[in-house]
Design a protein. Structure first.
Length: 144
């Protein structure tokens, strides 16, 4: 990140957490324009922002959110169990975040096929059993 052009800015906080808009951790980077965070779990996705502050401690609005590693991954796997066959889509959900799984056959007309509100962090899986009706289908995950 580059320094703020505002002469009143005296330092920066790096804020991060596990969900969009979540700031459960705060690192005061002082007036440095880079900072290292250690001890992150490689299996989790972190959301972070930077917040500038002035000499009195007043904070500016946060920067745009950055995800690390970038993006929530949507996993698609073929499934065949005693109940039926098809595919299952899964992803790592984060507390306080609403997710929608959408499907399309043409990358243009997306339809929401499932929505969940995560009350805790963890793996979320949706079985999709109507695959015989769609010879080709694309899926995406939206985070609200």
């Amino acid at each position: 990140m580059g320094p703020s052009p505002d002469p009143k800015v005296k330092g920066y906080f790096l804020c991060w957490g596990f969900g969009s808009g979540s700031c459960t951790n705060l690192l005061d980077a002082g007036n440095a324009t880079n900072a290292a965070v250690t001890g992150l779990d490689a299996d989790l996705i972190y959301c972070s922002t930077v917040v500038a502050y002035d000499a009195t401690g007043d904070r500016a609005p946060p920067s745009n959110m950055v995800m690390y590693p970038p993006g929530t991954r949507l996993n698609i796997q073929a499934r065949s169990d005693g109940v039926g066959s098809g595919v299952a889509v899964s992803f790592q959900g984060y507390m306080g975040t609403v997710y929608s799984v959408q499907a399309a056959i043409d990358f243009t007309n997306w339809a929401t096929i499932s929505t969940t509100d995560c009350f805790t962090a963890g793996s979320v899986t949706f079985p999709i059993t109507d695959t015989a009706s769609y010879p080709r289908r694309f899926y995406r995950l939206l985070e609200k």
